[in-house]
Every structure is written in structure tokens, then in C-alpha cells.
Design a protein around this ligand. Structure first.
Ligand SMILES: Cc1cc2nc3c(=O)[nH]c(=O)nc-3n(C[C@H](O)[C@H](O)[C@H](O)COP(=O)(O)O)c2cc1C
Length: 390
């Protein structure tokens, strides 16, 4: 058993994503657990993501032969074992040493795409070296456009086939808990943090033994950036408030593979994304971490899907914690769902096995939800599976 992994009996008692969250809270230092768990400002949008999903009721159907259920689908033309994608999550390698590699391997084994964040700990090259199949790469366009060009070349060289361009982070939404916890990479040396880390030896060992302890994609690649310890300081300096649709055209010219625009909540923006030739969009409010007071992702989804769903693949994220949630999003027009925290909790709870567990839980729950709504195929899911969706 490698460091940070779970004994068999603990794994058996984990029955839902919330169990993984509880365990992650115990095993991951507070600054990093809170970093993943929290949302911006009052966390209104964070809460709305969950509350609005839970308010959607599924239509129970009986006596339909559901013995041949199939979760398989295609996402941007690629086969996937389920309508599920691991979302880009910054600092994944601080939830567990080599976190990005472990999550990519778990996704690979489950037959679903993994997306590597620009703000990852393991680099593009680290993940490529440790995985067999092409993965997706997520780009933040920063002020230094040469860096963006360079990192796209690196992603191509690493055989990434899909680029996820995140468009909802021109400035950073504040997360109060990050400031209070002194959340930096590596962790700020405060007595409180040292005591906390001392009580999480499996985490400390895994991170210590991990390939990297800082931003793997940036270290050594960003001009004038010798020391990038202060995350907030760096992001405030480097994220670009001047970013606009022209930059999307520029990226589109540079990137030969599939292009996914992530962070769209508005119909007008969705239409512009289609006009510029995006292969897919992700209806997303960044997991409630950016514009607090924005609608939940699930509230925005049907409007966007109705407007552009026949022109572009509509993906979804924000608040997915159960298979029933995936069903709700598919019913309202999503082709597939990205999950962020659901797998991050798994990683913090039990490394690669924890991520695999999170994926397995969601797949099994989705399969049962399909059965009890009388559904055999993902392609058959539409608003008819909802109580008031007829
Ligand atoms: C800890 C954390 C870090 C994130 N970092 C990134 C990132 O680097 N790039 C990005 O496009 N989205 C990032 N996101 C947003 C996720 O990709 C995704 O939109 C969100 O997590 C979905 O909501 P969920 O966590 O409720 O599933 C991050 C989310 C979390 C929770």
C-alpha cells in the first residue's frame, strides 16, 4: 500500500462522495482542504449550485426493461465510458503528492478524459510521461502571451488532443478562507500550519515524495519568475483583465485540436463562442469560485442548451456530487459533466484509489438512476426524465 492510500475496510465503508469529503478533511492540511472546498465571497453561488440541482426531481418510471443499460457516449468526438470528465483543478498535487498523475491514471483506467490545469503541480510533461492516453489541457491566458504560445506547443508535444480555454477568470474572485489560512504554495510557515501538517503524516510523506512542490507548468518557463511562492500575488499580477474574444481567435489559430471554452453562463456569450468555432462550451461558474451572485450552473444550462445545443456540444459543471446530478444535467441539455471537487475529495481521501472510487460511485449511481427512470442509453436522456420537464 503506497503512502496516503486507504486500507480495504475503510474503502468498503465509503458509499458516497460526501464520505470522501469527510475523509479528505481529516487527511489533507486545512489550508488545502479549504482551498478546494470553498467558494468566493459569501459563497452564494457555491451553495446555489448544489441547492438548484437537488430541487430538480426525477421522474420514476416502472416496468421498463432496463437490463441493457450503457453509460458509454462520445465527448468532442472521443469515446468515453461515461458522460464524465475530470475538470481542471489547480494545485491538485497539493491534495496528495503527484495528484495530477494519479488522477490522470485513474481517469485513463476508467475510460474518461482528464483535464490538466495550467496551475497544476505536476507539469504537462510529467503527466504525459506517466499516462498512456492523450489527456486534455486547460489554459489560462496570462499577460505574457509568449508563455501562452509556448505552453500550447508543450501541450501539443505532449499529445494533448483537446484544449480547454477557461474564460471566466480575468480577475480572481476572493476566497476568504484562503486568506485566513495563509494558503500559499508551498504552505506558509505559520505555527498553526506546521502543527496541522504534523498531524497529517501520510499527506506530508506523499507530498515530500512527489515529483514537484510548486507550479510545474510555470517553474522555469515564466520570464522573470524565479520564485512563485505567493499564489495570490502571482495570479493578481499575471491574470489578464484585458483578455477578450480576439484572444480566443488567436488561440483558435494556434491550436490544431479540439477547442472547448469553459466558464460560459450567458446565452449571448455562448452564441459568440459558437461563431468563433468552439467545438464545445462548458456551462460553468467555476464551481462558485468566481462571480458570487451569479446563477447556479444548472439554472443557466437549459437556456444555453436551447440556444446553441444544436450547433456545439454543451458540457456542464458545478455541484455534481451524485449520479442523479449527472442525470439532471444531461436531461437539461448537457452532453457530459465535468467534476471538480468530487474527485479532489477522493484524491485527498485516498490518492489514486480515492479518485477511482469517486468515479466508480458516480457511475454506479448514474446507472441505478437510469434504471429507475426507465432509461437504457445516455443518448435517450432528455427532459422526459424530469417530473416537470415533459
Ligand atoms: C480547488 C479548485 C481549483 C480549480 N482550479 C481550476 C483551474 O485551475 N482551472 C479551471 O479552469 N478551473 C478550475 N476550477 C474549476 C473547476 O474546473 C470546475 O469548474 C469546478 O470545480 C466545478 O464545480 P464542482 O467542484 O462543484 O464540481 C477549480 C475548482 C476547484 C474546486
Amino acid at each position: 500500500m503506497g503512502s496516503g492510500e486507504l486500507p480495504g475496510h475503510t474503502m468498503k465503508n465509503i458509499t458516497c462522495i460526501e464520505d470522501l469529503r469527510t475523509l479528505a478533511r481529516r487527511r489533507v492540511p486545512r489550508a488545502f482542504f479549504d482551498y478546494a472546498d470553498s467558494g468566493s465571497y459569501n459563497e452564494e453561488t457555491l451553495r446555489a449550485n448544489r441547492a438548484d440541482l437537488q430541487a430538480i426531481k426525477l421522474r420514476q418510471r416502472v416496468l421498463v426493461d432496463v437490463s441493457h443499460r450503457d453509460l458509454g457516449t462520445t465527448i468532442v468526438g472521443q469515446k468515453a465510458a461515461a458522460p464524465l470528465i475530470l475538470a481542471p483543478v489547480g494545485l491538485t498535487g497539493m491534495q496528495h503528492g503527484n495528484g495530477e498523475i494519479l488522477a490522470a491514471q485513474a481517469a485513463d483506467e476508467a475510460g474518461i478524459p482528464f483535464t490538466l490545469s495550467t496551475m497544476s503541480i505536476c507539469s504537462i510533461e510529467d503527466v504525459a510521461e506517466a499516462t498512456g492516453k492523450p489527456f486534455w489541457f486547460q489554459l489560462y491566458v496570462i499577460r505574457d502571451r509568449d508563455f501562452s504560445k509556448d505552453i500550447l506547443e508543450r501541450a501539443q508535444a505532449a499529445k494533448c488532443n483537446t484544449l480547454v480555454l477557461t474564460v471566466d477568470l480575468q480577475v480572481l474572485g476572493q476566497r476568504h478562507r484562503d486568506i485566513k489560512n495563509g494558503m500559499t504554495v508551498p504552505p506558509e510557515i505559520r505555527i498553526k500550519n506546521i502543527i496541522d501538517i504534523a498531524t497529517k503524516p501520510a499527506w506530508a510523506l506523499s507530498v515530500l515524495m512527489g515529483k514537484r512542490k510548486t507550479f510545474g507548468n510555470l517553474a522555469g518557463h515564466v520570464k522573470g519568475m524565479g520564485n512563485i511562492n505567493q499564489l495570490a500575488q502571482w495570479t493578481n499580477q499575471q491574470f489578464d483583465p484585458a483578455l477578450n474574444w480576439k484572444d480566443v481567435e488567436w488561440i483558435k489559430k494556434l491550436w490544431p485540436g479540439k477547442l472547448v471554452l469553459k466558464g460560459i453562463l450567458d446565452v449571448e456569450d455562448a452564441k459568440t463562442a459558437v461563431k468563433l468555432g468552439a467545438d464545445a462550451i462548458v456551462v460553468s461558474n467555476h464551481g462558485g469560485r468566481q462571480l458570487d451572485g451569479a446563477p447556479s450552473s444548472i439554472a443557466a444550462l437549459p437556456k444555453v442548451a436551447d440556444a446553441v445545443g444544436s450547433d456545439v456540444e454543451v458540457l456542464f459543471d458545478g455541484g455534481i456530487r451524485t449520479g442523479a446530478d449527472i442525470m439532471r444535467a444531461l436531461a437539461l441539455g448537457a452532453r457530459a459533466c465535468m467534476i471538480g471537487r468530487a474527485y479532489i475529495y477522493g484524491l485527498g481521501a485516498g490518492g489514486k484509489a480515492g479518485v477511482a472510487k469517486a468515479i466508480d460511485i458516480l457511475q454506479k449511481e448514474l446507472s441505478v438512476t437510469m434504471a429507475l427512470t426507465g432509461t437504457n442509453r445516455i443518448a435517450d436522456v432528455d427532459r422526459h426524465v424530469l417530473v416537470d420537464g415533459r
